[in-house]
Design a protein around this ligand. Structure first.
Ligand code: ZN
Length: 429
């Protein structure tokens, strides 16, 4: 939705907005804290911080949750990230760096400095300098307020198509609430990617790393994105940071002019030891998920059992096991698998979510309600709201049911439609 505007269009809209006195209440242009250049911003720093704050937990939960099997990995990544963030144009943002338990090689930055890197990307990197290249790049996206600038452009586009007339700072602000989630997925513009590469390299060199690592990183990304054997899986890969030959070339030119530095390969390899040791287990699990897509439940289950044997502490494997047992109509055994998952990771929503749905199938509505409320407290979902509505109806709590169905209806899709149907039956418009 928030695609970068063409230059002419954004210029036109910008002039249009500038020409209107209504924007007096909106900040129009600001000096970019990283580059010192002027940039468009309709989102204030405090709005930006609160968007990042609000979206950080749900963004993590919906993308696999934090990786906790080896907590020292997260500490290591955070340490490297913080050291780069201190060298940025905005050292005082509330930076946080988290490793997500996700197979896809990706990384993202939320407005305000909340930054994530997936386990699936860490296993592809060779040394600390390459990690610094990824984190330095993300730090620039946050410090240079690229998310805010993208959101401002998205807002501009919306405002522009609504003929701007009734713009007030208030209506602009009310739109922000819905924008945070898209900010993660927002495809940054070409110039923002080049800017993030450029200043990211500055930070890594200042921290003493070899800038050649940034060249290698882009080469790896480009190679991965061109590998057609990877199929659809790559469609959303790097969607937020599209790789290009241009980026490889620019990094090369820049690295050639800068001093060489440290690589810290041994320290990096030591830090990722656990996820490398578990690589086979995660691959087996991925294959199981593929089998599940083909509805080959039994073979998916036996692969999942194998993954559990390889790494019994991985809650996601137990969750998959439970879901497969549920498909095989073995709900009591499924609950046992979810129990295991919840015990291993009490801060990850999915164990509670699927156990709740299974309990509901078993007609244990009290237990189902408890799980779905817990699941919603970690990550609110339309599905959990829908079933909480059903449970409330069963308990003759009409008001509470309407409330849940309303929330479910807002989430759209199949569940949204079903919830809207329920509301109609209950006589709610
Ligand atoms: Zn990027």
């Amino acid at each position: 939705m928030y695609k970068p505007l063409s230059k002419t269009l954004s210029k036109f809209l910008f002039i249009l907005l500038l020409g209107l006195s209504v924007i007096s209440t909106i900040t129009g242009c600001e000096t970019n804290p990283v580059t010192g250049k002027q940039q468009l911003s309709l989102v204030s720093t405090s709005q930006e911080l609160s968007i990042g704050e609000q979206q950080y937990e749900p963004s993590q939960q919906s993308q696999g949750g934090a990786y906790i099997i080896d907590p020292s990995l997260n500490q290591y990544v955070n340490k490297i990230g913080q050291s780069l963030a201190q060298l940025s144009g905005q050292p005082n943002l509330p930076y946080e760096f988290v490793v997500l338990n996700n197979d896809v090689p990706n990384a993202w930055a939320l407005p305000g400095g909340k930054i994530a890197i997936n386990r699936g990307l860490l296993v592809l990197l060779e040394d600390e300098a390459q990690l610094a290249a990824v984190l330095g790049h993300e730090v620039v996206h946050a410090a240079a307020r690229h998310g805010a600038s993208q959101m401002s452009q998205g807002m501009l586009l919306q405002l522009g198509t609504q003929l701007v007339g009734q713009v007030s700072s208030n209506s602009a602000y009310s739109q922000i609430a819905g924008l945070g989630a898209s900010a993660v997925q927002a495809r940054y513009g070409r110039s923002q990617e080049l800017e993030a590469d450029h200043y990211g390299i500055d930070y890594m060199v200042q921290a003493g790393y070899d800038p050649q690592a940034a060249v290698e990183l882009q080469q790896t990304f480009l190679r991965l994105s061109q590998d057609s054997s990877q199929g659809n899986w790559l469609d959303n890969l790097f969607a937020s940071h599209p790789p290009s030959a241009e980026r490889v070339q620019k990094n090369k030119e820049r690295a050639a002019k800068l001093p060489k530095g440290k690589r810290n390969k041994a320290a990096y390899q030591k830090s990722i030891k656990q996820i490398i040791a578990d690589k086979d287990a995660y691959q087996t699990h991925e294959k199981a998920l593929q089998k599940a897509k083909e509805k080959s439940w039994a073979s998916a289950l036996s692969m999942t059992q194998q993954a559990i044997k390889q790494q019994p502490k991985e809650a996601r494997f137990h969750i998959t096991k439970g879901r497969l047992l549920n498909e095989l109509e073995k709900n009591k055994e499924a609950v046992n698998a979810f129990n295991q998952a919840v015990k291993l990771e009490p801060k990850y929503f999915a164990g509670f979510f699927y156990r709740g749905l299974t309990q509901q199938e078993l007609k244990n509505s009290k237990l189902a309600e408890k799980d779905l409320i817990k699941s919603n407290s970690l990550l609110e979902t339309g599905v959990a709201n829908y079933y909480l509505g059903e449970i409330s109806l069963g308990n003759n709590k009409k008001e509470s049911a309407i409330n849940y169905f309303k929330r479910a209806a807002r989430s759209g899709g199949e569940v949204g439609k079903a919830a809207a149907g329920k509301l109609q039956t209950l006589g709610v418009q």
